[in-house]
Design a protein. Structure first.
Length: 435
């Protein structure tokens, strides 16, 4: 009887081992399926989260087009393509079957509202109403996307919890049976327990990784939106500052109508030119794609053109312009523009009296980091007495010295022919060493 039992035990042990192997294989297969479903849900969440920045870019393009841009049709097509690509993977989710159609209708409404606002005069009540409704439609699209993300996450959590619960129940049964046959299958039971603990840890790690990934994506999206909003806000600030300076210029010009004294009228005109130089910096800033780097050549050309118009220059003016600096920041370009404005204004007022032809010199080279070299002046009559430079008695000379000091520059005056100012600014390393 014992012999028969002993002969039966190996077969029973083998059958039990095979049972545990089959059971274990089934458990691993179902775990792999759970992992695949979780991975698919994470991919769906990531795809939905990419719709938020696309909506924000579309809203920014709408605002930019209302200011004179023409990028709306291209951006609308790109947004529709993004929506179609990201919502195609959600057709298998019953609760999200109508998301694509809802977003499609919202985009069509946004396009209609944009065209209506674009067709209305800027600042009109109708344009403002269309723009306000456009904002509501954008918020509605964001709401659809956020609701879809919540639906996918909720469904993923419910399915994951149910699957993990089933897995854990099966594991408990297997551990219970293994404990009953510990003498026969001790090694196998230890291996299965270790394998189950490892799978459980992997499940927890996957859940934590998904939560961390979701949190990082949310923080990244918030950071990107904040940066974009700040850039739009800064452009709007520069635009409003430029408009305010233009109003100041207009007020001063209105005031000149009541002035008959030529000397006082000249002072008013100089003030108008200085305010215009500052307004031009802000205009170039909000028109630039990079707020920290403004196109120097475009700014200086506009500045000289405005001065030629302001002083009604009739002589043949030869321009010796060589601008090798591509971009500068607003903190550097503002005092530099004011300085050039003073020098060129002096040239137009005094250098070419009684002449039919003259030359204006404007050279700029170097970098903000390594130091700038500026040469600006004319080939006119020059300054008869250098004492006016060494001990200035006019606001213009004082401004030239003050602005050169603001730029941490060394200003020199070269005579003959004409008068040329030469300024060299200190490199940033030297400025830091002085500080």
């Amino acid at each position: 009887m014992k012999s028969s039992l002993l002969r039966f035990l190996p077969w029973a042990a083998a059958l039990l081992a095979a049972t545990f192997i089959v059971w274990d294989a089934s458990l691993m297969s179902s775990t792999a399926q759970v992992q695949a479903r979780v991975k698919q849900q994470l991919a769906q969440v990531e795809g939905l989260q990419r719709l938020g920045p696309a909506i924000d870019v579309l809203a920014a393009t709408h605002r930019a087009d209302l200011q004179g841009g023409h990028q709306w049709p291209l951006q609308l097509a790109a947004t529709r393509s993004t929506f179609a690509a990201e919502t195609a993977a959600l057709k298998d989710i019953p609760a999200l079957g109508g998301l694509a159609e809802s977003l499609k209708k919202d985009l069509a409404s946004c396009d209609s509202l944009h065209r209506e606002a674009k067709a209305r005069p800027v600042g009109s009540e109708a344009a403002g109403m269309a723009d306000a409704v456009f904002g509501l439609m954008v918020q509605r699209m964001r709401g659809h996307v956020e609701a879809a993300v919540g639906t996918v996450q909720k469904a993923g959590l419910e399915q994951g919890a149910a699957a993990l619960g089933r897995q854990w129940s099966r594991a408990q049964w297997m551990l219970g049976l293994a404990s009953l046959f510990a003498l026969v299958c001790a090694v196998l039971a230890a291996y299965v327990a270790r394998l189950l603990d490892r799978e459980h840890e992997r499940g927890e790690l996957l859940a934590r990784t998904g939560q961390e990934l979701e949190q990082r994506n949310r923080e990244l999206r918030e950071t990107m939106l904040s940066k974009e909003e700040k850039e739009v806000m800064l452009k709007e600030i520069h635009h409003r500052v430029k408009n305010n300076l233009q109003i100041v210029r207009s007020l001063i010009r209105f005031q000149t109508d009541k002035v008959s004294d030529p000397a006082v009228l000249e002072l008013f005109n100089e003030c108008v030119n200085r305010v215009g130089a500052m307004a031009l910096v802000h205009e170039q800033t909000y028109m630039s794609k990079d707020l920290a780097n403004i196109d120097v050549a475009s700014y200086l050309n506009s500045l000289v053109r405005d001065l030629v118009a302001a002083y009604n220059i009739r002589l043949k003016l030869n321009m010796d312009v060589d601008v090798q600096v591509k971009t500068l920041g607003v903190d550097t370009l503002t005092p530099l523009g004011l300085l050039i404005n003073e020098v060129v204004s002096n040239s137009f007022k005094h250098a070419f009296a009684g002449r039919e032809e003259g030359k204006l010199i404007l050279h700029l080279s170097g970098t903000e980091e390594g130091g700038l070299l500026l040469r600006v002046g004319d080939d006119g009559v020059g300054m008869p007495d250098l004492a006016k430079w060494e001990k200035p008695n006019s606001l213009g000379m004082d401004l030239i010295r003050t602005l050169a000091g603001q730029l941490n520059g060394d200003m020199q005056l070269h005579r003959g022919p004409g008068m040329v100012y030469e300024m060299t600014t200190a490199p940033e390393k030297e400025l830091r060493r002085r500080a």
